[in-house]
Design a protein around this ligand. Structure first.
Ligand SMILES: C[S@@+](CC[C@H](N)C(=O)[O-])C[C@H]1O[C@@H](n2cnc3c(N)ncnc32)[C@H](O)[C@@H]1O
Length: 214
């Protein structure tokens, strides 16, 4: 039987155009505004990891205009587009749960609309890995659709796709349990192909462990 991750990768290969077309110029998503605000205080040349970076537009491109950015995405088509759209960044095709990245190697991580495509049962390990990849006081920006939809195969944009949604309070708790403090949580509605959808925008921070240099 085909694995969930293979179905997700193929789905994003197939709907690269349709997904990009969900955002209209008349009603831009809050993503760019949020990424700009998040990165505003970072010194020029900061190391940023963009997980589930998609085609790199507009977030990876914005971040790479001032910073050293690594993007990771499971879909070969999305990575190919990201490489063409953002030549200044480095891209890895891979599963964020498995890819080998430097411990403490990032000043910031962004995970924009990614975790709805990762099973809830994998969140504790994923969030621990985010903590490990961040330097002390490094920050995470994460967006996710709040809800209680179970992990299963749905039809999305005409293709098979694995999705789940989790209540925001549960995400906050899981991030805290993974060793990230939650700095802010805000909910904002965006239009996807004209349909309003709410997303939680969460900023987390890796605190320095008491008595530790790292
Ligand atoms: C909804 S799109 C978001 C893309 C982009 N971050 C944005 O702001 O539009 C989710 C992306 O996550 C990728 N993805 C899903 N599961 C993944 C995984 N386990 N590891 C890496 N990337 C994954 C998909 O291929 C897709 O490009």
């Amino acid at each position: 039987m085909e694995r969930d991750d293979e179905i997700i990768a193929r789905g994003y290969d197939q709907v690269a155009d349709e997904y990009a077309a969900l955002e209209s110029a008349e009603a831009p998503w809050p993503r760019l505004k949020r990424v700009r605000a998040f990165a505003a205080d970072l010194p020029h040349g900061s190391r940023i990891l963009d997980v589930g970076c998609g085609n790199g537009l507009p977030a990876t491109r914005e971040l790479a205009s001032r910073h050293e950015v690594t993007g990771v995405d499971i879909s070969g088509e999305q990575v190919a587009r990201a490489r063409a759209n953002v030549p200044a960044a480095t891209f890895i095709r891979g599963d964020v749960r498995e890819v080998d990245l430097p411990v403490g190697g990032f000043d910031a991580i962004v995970a924009l609309y990614l975790i709805d495509n990762i099973a809830r049962e994998d969140y504790p390990a994923l969030f621990r890995s985010f903590r490990e990849l961040l330097r002390p006081n490094g920050r995470l920006l994460l967006s996710a659709e709040p809800g209680e939809d179970p992990w299963q195969q749905y039809t999305w944009l005409g293709v098979a796709m694995f999705i789940n949604t989790v209540p925001t309070e549960e995400l906050v708790r899981l991030l805290q349990e993974a060793g990230l403090s939650v700095v802010s949580t805000e909910v904002e509605t965006q239009l996807e192909g004209g349909r309003p959808i709410e997303y939680a925008w969460i900023i987390g921070e890796r605190l320095r462990s008491p008595g530790s240099l790292r």
